[in-house]
Design a protein around this ligand. Structure first.
Ligand SMILES: Nc1ccn([C@@H]2O[C@H](COP(=O)(O)OP(=O)(O)OP(=O)(O)O)[C@@H](O)[C@H]2O)c(=O)n1
Ligand SMILES: O=P(O)(O)OC[C@@H](O)[C@@H](O)[C@@H](O)CO
Length: 447
């Protein structure tokens, strides 16, 4: 088993989950067992990630396929790391992907991760992960948990609430798993390829992940498991039933629990991620509050036209606490409004703050530098000369996963034309944020 990296990072979530999970697994929130004698049981997770992804139809195993230039498995690890009461995450990868996995852990600063060798089937990979957690293994360095979560590495959209539900249910029933309504009807074909019978769809469910088990239940099941089941089985809950006589508790899961299997699933996952990180826009003004400021007109139209998007305003000078707070809250979209100047100073300050925050490690940040071209007071060629810099500067910050583009809005104009330009500008801003198309990096668009 591979060595574990640094100690767990800060627990970003509230303690609610920790308290409920602790109650479920007899831990108190501080992590110490409330009963004097027993070792502090914990919750661990095993992530099978040793597949080849044949159905994806690409050379790279799907768990390593990029979404927004970041491997799919990193999103799943991030989802589990948000849950502070999961103390260890054991990932099963093939020997040939071990180094790649270590680089992913390092680059994206994943915590609490231990690596084990995958098996030739999913069940064997899971079994290897469980062995790493059992204490009857010579090289085990991990603490045996009371409850173990099993979750496919290619299911990135797993939330704390369903994890808490399956863990709580597993504590009571011995095993639990997430389920979803069937989309297609299940049929049974006859030997000659005709319909033998079909199952009543309303009375059946699809078994999804995450699943959770009392560790001893599932570990003993795998130890008794036949070679046939290890080779051809696809359902851990069935192993708990067949070998442990445990009828797992079934927990309704959310629609986002689906498994990335085909290429279309990768496109769907990318759309969901883009949508989620586009929900908050920060407008950074280059002047102090001024109701008649044309930037505030832009802000009002952004708020009106982009429903369900949180738009906040920050100020750069002085380096304001509110902008630092917005960055801390992980906003991935910034509109830097330059009315008074056409140089890069304001945008450069914002980019420096973003680079120092390391926010762009996990997701690409979109920065749009908006300029109001006052062609009556500033000669066009003089203004354009400074704006063309955006192309070189954008190349530089792209290396830090920051997508910088420029937007020119002619000003002053009569009221009607100005409103039309502002609305066009908002459409361009929304598209740049939603699409996050690196092909538009360094471009200067005109509204
Ligand atoms: N020998 C294997 C096979 C699969 N898995 C993992 O089990 C999860 C779900 O399996 P599946 O979707 O079937 O993945 P693949 O086997 O890679 O896909 P395919 O069947 O299309 O080859 C994936 O995270 C996969 O990496 C594993 O750890 N070890
Ligand atoms: O069969 P696959 O390896 O594609 O998927 C494994 C599991 O995700 C799948 O069997 C779920 O139904 C949950 O058990």
């Amino acid at each position: 088993m591979e060595p574990r990296p640094a100690a767990p990072g800060p627990c970003p979530g509230d303690s609610r989950g920790a308290e409920q999970a602790a109650a479920a697994s007899s831990l108190n929130p501080a992590g110490a067992d409330s009963r004097p004698r027993r070792r502090a049981p914990a919750v661990a997770a095993v992530l099978p990630a040793g597949g080849s992804g044949e159905r994806m139809g690409v050379p790279t195993p799907k768990q390593f396929c990029p979404i927004l230039e970041r491997p799919l498995i990193s999103y799943t690890l991030q989802a589990l790391e948000r849950v502070c009461w999961i103390k260890d995450i054991v990932v099963a990868v093939t020997g040939e992907n071990m180094e790649a996995m270590k680089r992913i852990i390092q680059k994206y600063q994943h915590q609490r991760i231990s690596l084990v060798e995958a098996g030739v089937t999913r069940h064997r990979s899971i079994f290897n992960g469980l062995k790493a957690l059992a204490e009857d293994q010579p090289d085990s360095k991990l603490c045996k948990p009371e409850v173990v979560i099993i979750h496919d590495a290619v299911r990135p959209f797993v939330e704390e609430d369903v994890l808490l539900k399956v863990v709580t249910a597993a504590k009571e029933h011995g095993a639990a798993g997430a389920i979803r309504p069937l989309v297609s009807t299940v049929i049974s074909p006859s030997a000659d390829g005709c319909l033998d019978h079909s199952l009543e769809r309303a009375r059946h469910r699809a078994s999804e992940m995450p699943q959770a088990f009392l560790f001893d239940v599932i570990y003993e099941a795998y130890q008794q498991c036949s070679d046939y089941d290890l080779e051809f089985g696809t359902e851990c809950l069935q192993l708990a039933l067949k070998y442990g006589h445990i009828n797992a508790k079934l927990v309704e899961g959310s629609p986002d629990l689906w498994k990335v299997t085909y290429k279309r699933d990768l496109y769907a996952a990318e759309s969901i991620i883009k949508e989620r990180i586009s929900q908050h826009i920060c407008i950074v003004m280059d002047t102090k509050e001024d109701e008649n400021h044309v930037g505030h007109y832009l802000e009002e139209i952004l708020k009106n036209e982009l429903n369900h998007v949180k738009v906040t305003s920050g100020a750069l000078c002085p380096a304001s606490r509110d902008l630092e707070q917005i960055i801390l809250e992980q906003c991935y979209n910034y509109v830097c409004v330059n009315v008074m100047s056409s140089d890069f100073e304001e945008t450069r300050k914002l980019l420096n703050m973003l680079e120092e925050s390391n926010l762009s490690i996990l997701y690409p940040i979109v920065v749009i530098s908006v300029y109001f071209l006052d062609y009556k007071s500033v000669p066009f060629d003089e203004k354009m000369e400074s704006l063309i810099q955006i192309r070189e500067y954008a190349k530089e910050v792209k290396k830090r996963n920051i997508l910088l583009s420029g937007l020119l809005i002619c000003f002053p104009q009569d009221e009607q034309r100005l409103q039309a330009s502002l609305r066009q500008g908002v459409t361009i801003i929304a598209t740049l944020i939603k699409e996050r198309n690196s092909g538009l990096v360094g471009q200067l668009l005109v509204a």
